[in-house]
Design a binder for this molecule. Structure first.
Ligand code: ZN
Length: 397
C-alpha cells in the first residue's frame, strides 16, 4: 500500500507550494510541487488529482494500492480505476492493476479556470502549437492564453536540475510576457519517484507533465498537450508513452479541464513548415538533445550536430528557409555535412523511425533527386538490406 497523507499547502498571491507525506516501502518519504504564475491565485486548490497522476505509475509498477487522504475529481478517479490502468497495462504489461482510493470530492476550487494552456520548450512541437493556436483561425476555446514549464524529469535528476530549470523559467516568463500570455512554472521532486529503467522519462513523460498541469488545474479550462508524433503513429511502439497520447490524454480530463493533443494531425515536416512561418521561432527554436555539458560550451541555442538538430536543419533546408535560422543553428556545419546527414535520415527511415521517414518523404515530395545517388552511397551489407532501403524510400513517396 502507498498512502499519501498530511497534504499541506502554502499559498501566497502568485505562488503555491504543496507537500505531502508518502508512506511506502521504497519510495521517497514526501512529494512536493512548488509553482509560480503571473496571475493572482484564488482559493488554494483542494483537488489532489495531481498527486494521483504523479504516483499512479510508481504504484502500478509495485502492484501497490494507492490511497490519498484528500479529494480527487470523481471523473478522474473513475477513469483511474478503469480505462487508464487498462491502457497503461497495454503499453507496459509489467504494470499491475491496483485500486486507487481518496476522500469524497465535496470541497473543490470555487472558480473554474479560464486559460487554455500549453507547455513551452521552444522546440518544434511547442512552437507548432503556438503557431496554430494563436492564429485567428483557431476556435476561441482553443485560443492559447498561457504557457508553462515543468521540472518533472526532462531536465535530468532532481539534484542537478536547478540551474537549467531556472533558465527555462526565465525563458518562458520572458516569451509569455512579450507575447501577452500568462505563464506558470512548476518545480518538483517527482523524478525521485521514477528511478527504475522501466519508469524513465520517455516511458512516463505524459503522466509526469499532466501531474504538473493538474497542480494549477484551477487556472485552466483546457490544456493543449503538444504531440510528439502524429495520429498515424498511435500505438506504433511500446518504447515511449507518447505513442499512446492520443488515447490517454482525454481520459485524464476532469470536470474542470479538458486535455487535447495539439497538432497531432500534422506530420513533423508539416509542423516545421508552420514553425518556419512563425517569426519568434527564428531566434528561439531549441530542438537540441545534446548533454548539458556540451550545450554549456556552445554559443547558439543548438549544438547543430545531434540527430534532432541535424534532422531539423535538413527539414528547414528542404523547405528553403534554413537561412532564416542562422541565429540558432551552425549553418556551415550543416553545409559541410549535408550528405552524411541525409544518409543518417535514410537509414532511420529504413528502420521505420517516424521522424526520419517523414523528412525523407518530404525530400521526395519536394522533388529532390538526391535519393538515388544517396542510395549508392549508403553502405549496407546485403542486397536484401539495399532492397529494403529502396522500398522504404519509395514507400515514403
Ligand atoms: Zn543538438
Amino acid at each position: 500500500m502507498i498512502s499519501v497523507s498530511n497534504i499541506h499547502a502554502q499559498q501566497y498571491e502568485t505562488t503555491r507550494k504543496i507537500s505531502c507525506d508518502v508512506s511506502s516501502k521504497d519510495l521517497p518519504e514526501y512529494l512536493v510541487f512548488d509553482g509560480e504564475t503571473n496571475q493572482p491565485l484564488n482559493a488554494p486548490a483542494y483537488l489532489c488529482d495531481w498527486i494521483a497522476i504523479a504516483l499512479l505509475y510508481p504504484a502500478m509498477l509495485r502492484g501497490a494500492p494507492l490511497h490519498i487522504e484528500g479529494p480527487i475529481s470523481p471523473t478522474l478517479l473513475f477513469n483511474l480505476n478503469n480505462d487508464i490502468q487498462d491502457l497503461l497495462r497495454h503499453f507496459n504489461p509489467a504494470l499491475f492493476k491496483i485500486q486507487i482510493t481518496a476522500l469524497p470530492a465535496g470541497m473543490t476550487s470555487s472558480k473554474p479556470g479560464t486559460d487554455t494552456g500549453s507547455g513551452f520548450s521552444a522546440g518544434v512541437d511547442s512552437f507548432a502549437t503556438l503557431a496554430v493556436h494563436t492564429s485567428g483561425d483557431t476556435a476561441p476555446f482553443y485560443q492559447l492564453s498561457s504557457l508553462s514549464t515543468f521540472n518533472v524529469g526532462a531536465m535530468g535528476p532532481v539534484a542537478g536540475s536547478a540551474a537549467i530549470y531556472q533558465r527555462y523559467c526565465q525563458r518562458v516568463q520572458k516569451f509569455a510576457t512579450q507575447s501577452g500570455l500568462n505563464w506558470t512554472t512548476v518545480n518538483s521532486n517527482l523524478s525521485d519517484f521514477y528511478v527504475e529503467a522501466d519508469a524513465n522519462f520517455i516511458r512516463t513523460s505524459t503522466l509526469r507533465n499532466i501531474a504538473a498541469v493538474l497542480f494549477f488545474q484551477d487556472l485552466h479550462k483546457c490544456y493543449l498537450y503538444s504531440s510528439s508524433y502524429s495520429y498515424s503513429h498511435t500505438n506504433q511502439s511500446h518504447a515511449e508513452i507518447t505513442y499512446y497520447e492520443s488515447i490517454l490524454l482525454p481520459l485524464l480530463s476532469t470536470e474542470n479541464i479538458v486535455f487535447t493533443l495539439a497538432c497531432a494531425g500534422l506530420e513533423r515536416s508539416q509542423k516545421i513548415a508552420k514553425v518556419a512561418a512563425y517569426p519568434p521561432s527564428r531566434h528561439l527554436l531549441d530542438v537540441c538533445v545534446s548533454p548539458t555539458e556540451t550545450r554549456d560550451t556552445i554559443q547558439k541555442n543548438n549544438c547543430s550536430q545531434c540527430r534532432k538538430c541535424t534532422r531539423t536543419m535538413l527539414n528547414l533546408d528542404i523547405l528553403g528557409v534554413l537561412e532564416d535560422f542562422s541565429d540558432v543553428f551552425d549553418l556551415e556545419y550543416f553545409r559541410a555535412n549535408r550528405e552524411a546527414i541525409i544518409k543518417q535520415c535514410a537509414i532511420g527511415a529504413l528502420k521505420r523511425l517516424p521522424l526520419d521517414s517523414d523528412v525523407i518523404q518530404l525530400m521526395r515530395a519536394a522533388g529532390h533527386d538526391a535519393r538515388l545517388p544517396l542510395f549508392d552511397r549508403v553502405k549496407l551489407n546485403s542486397r536484401k538490406a539495399k532492397a529494403k532501403l529502396r522500398a522504404a524510400l519509395s514507400m515514403s513517396s
